[in-house]
Design a protein around this ligand. Sequence first.
Ligand SMILES: NC(=O)c1ccc[n+]([C@@H]2O[C@H](COP(=O)([O-])OP(=O)(O)OC[C@H]3O[C@@H](n4cnc5c(N)ncnc54)[C@H](OP(=O)(O)O)[C@@H]3O)[C@@H](O)[C@H]2O)c1
Length: 287
Amino acid sequence: MVNAKALWESLKRKYKTEDAGSKKFVVGKFLDFKMVDSKTELDLLSLESVTRFSESWNSRGKPLNVLINNAGIFSIGKPHKFSRDGYERHMQVNHLAPALLSLLLLPSLKRGAPSRIINVNSVMHAIGFVDTSDMNFTSGNRKLTSLKAYSSSKLAQLMFHSVLQKSLPADVGINIMCVEPGSVRTNVARDLSKIVHVAFQFIPFFLFTALEGLRSALFAATDPEILKYSVKLKSEEWPVCAYISYGCRPMNPCKEAHNVNNTSRMVWEMTLDMVGLPSNIVEMSLQ
Ligand SMILES: NC(=O)c1ccc[n+]([C@@H]2O[C@H](COP(=O)([O-])OP(=O)(O)OC[C@H]3O[C@@H](n4cnc5c(N)ncnc54)[C@H](OP(=O)(O)O)[C@@H]3O)[C@@H](O)[C@H]2O)c1
């Protein structure tokens, strides 16, 4: 197992050295990616907020070396809700908004190449199903549960970013990975009642502390060998982006995610349509 604390410290040192001049730069906040400074807020429940944030970041003209799409929701047992943009909330926070963020930040990621986009995914993607004719769960054909919405959003994220990895020219040097943090005792069950929430923390299923749960994301963000692995997968035209397990080992995502020429491609097109971007967004962003 990789020692997360050591990785975290090395990442802090690296960014302190590279951005020593900036007083605004706070590593912890950067990794959380919620606030970059006191003025720029990122609310994934608002596509407008994502766009504003990205514009603000890109306008600095600085390189971006690592984007970690970590924020996510799993509203266990709650009735399903829609965002102001009109999208089912799990799909918006876990997939649509991070997808928009990844695309809009391509110019900064290109400046920071070799750079990495890391998506904190979940093994639950394997039980997800993306109905590309009803990605927003509005047809009423399937009974929507939080588990279905969560797992489908994670599968959609994996499929979308696999197509993005394929669409990026190799010489641009932007690498995409998904990671699985393991079962982590975090605030993920915040929507349960207080008493259930407290009990939740003691369920042995949640094996890792939040710090331990960071391992795979930090490993994907910093390890040089994983970067080489990602480059190799792309050169061999492997259909899915690199996927790193909670033990920091490459793992194979579910079979459905390999369906890159059919479902994944449709998820890509539907996603662009839902976030309002044109089909040539990658070429446009990299010009
Ligand atoms: N915990 C697990 O066992 C587990 C397993 C597999 C995958 N994951 C994934 O790991 C990631 C982190 O989750 P976690 O377990 O650390 O859960 P968590 O404790 O609930 O943290 C979720 C994070 O997402 C942020 N967030 C939620 N809604 C947001 C929004 N609209 N805009 C911006 N930020 C928002 C939260 O910010 P605030 O606190 O400010 O609301 C918080 O920082 C998620 O993608 C989750 O799916 C977790």
